[in-house]
Design a protein around this ligand. Structure first.
Ligand code: BDP
Length: 327
């Protein structure tokens, strides 16, 4: 009886195991944002589509809330193939693939509509391809919307001079440090998860981000002044490990790209709603929104745009011009 059963099991598995082992791929995907955040929801939904359309051969297992590490750590893990997918700010991609830094320049986008036009268009596709074709073991699948970043501080910044000497947390990218320094503050790089306690203990005087992040990371409980500088509009990327990508069949790769692009469009809808709700929550939470003249901030950061356009060479400078020319 036992023997018979074992024989049957062996026969069945000899037939089935290779197919199953080759076919089933679970993509571990990281996001620093919590469940329910637009980027997390869009990638989760992408996973559901992939699972359905591949009869379970490909699925996504989402790890939200930064549980797999900071963005810097996660990019490295994706490069190594230990994490298969991640949604990360373009600010965190810049130190790895310098060409994408064109999107990390202060005030390079006039507004969010401009940014969306650029990421949906030729330049957006070109930068995805640049990442994919680079030697950094990443495949860039699509873009996500990360809104507009403004300054939030413990003491009010009503004009640029008020920023004088304030320590402001930025994503770890030299462009952002230069940007905050150019505006009169002092840029300090640290991981997203460290900001709250750094604000609380006074290690920093403020940070800069979009309304949803200010809400979900609870920063608004410690920094009550939100100065509408709009100095950065950072799109975000959904990236996959090249090792994982190479394991997929051409059909699977095409499906991953298609569903990633759909996630890009879905996230945008979710974003607009979530962003508006976040603004309401911030106001209800006692945050003062301070409107400022953006011109001094724009002018003060001109040397930063010039510096990197020169440092990264003519091709980069040309890209900056192409971005600015998109209407
Ligand atoms: C948020 C981005 C996220 C960054 C975070 C930050 O969506 O990818 O990690 O800012 O500044 O807006 O750390």
């Amino acid at each position: 009886m036992n023997f018979k059963r074992n024989l049957l099991a062996a026969a069945c598995c000899a037939l089935l195991t290779p197919a199953i082992a080759l076919a089933d791929i679970t993509l571990k995907s990281s996001d620093v944002h919590p469940a329910g955040y637009p980027t997390v929801v869009a990638v989760d939904n992408m996973g559901k589509k992939l699972k359905k359309e591949t009869d379970g051969e490909i699925s996504i297992r989402m790890f939200p809330g930064g549980v797999l590490g900071s963005e810097k750590e996660v990019v490295e893990q994706v490069q190594l193939g230990a994490i298969q997918m991640a949604r990360i700010s373009i600010g965190s991609v810049g130190p790895v693939v310098p060409e994408v830094n064109v999107f990390n320049l202060p005030f390079v986008f006039r507004d969010e509509a401009h940014m969306r036009k650029v990421i949906d268009g030729e330049v957006g596709q070109e930068l995805l391809d640049t990442v994919t074709n680079s030697n950094f073991n990443l495949v860039a699948l699509s873009w996500m919307d990360g809104g507009t970043r403004h300054l939030y501080t413990k003491k009010p910044v009503r004009k640029m001079e008020d920023l004088g000497g304030m320590k402001i947390r930025v994503i770890g990218n030299p462009i952002f440090i230069d940007t905050l320094n150019a505006m009169g503050g002092s840029g300090i790089a640290m991981a997203t998860g460290e900001i709250y306690s750094a604000l609380q203990t006074g290690v920093i005087d403020g940070a800069e981000n979009n309304p949803p992040t200010m809400v979900t990371q609870n920063h608004f409980q410690v920094a009550k002044y939100y100065t509408q500088t709009g100095h950065l509009i950072l799109p975000e990327m959904l990236v996959m490990s090249k090792a994982t990508w190479n394991k997929l069949t051409p059909d699977q790769q095409a499906l991953v790209k298609k569903t990633a692009r759909e996630a890009q469009m879905e996230e945008r809808e979710l974003w607009d709603k979530y962003n508006a709700e976040s603004v309401t929550k911030l106001k209800a939470g006692g945050v003062e929104f301070i409107e400022v003249d953006r011109k001094p901030f724009y002018d003060a950061t001109a040397p930063v745009r010039a510096k990197y356009s020169q440092q990264y060479g003519p091709k980069f400078a040309e890209l900056v011009k192409r971005v600015e020319a998109v209407q």
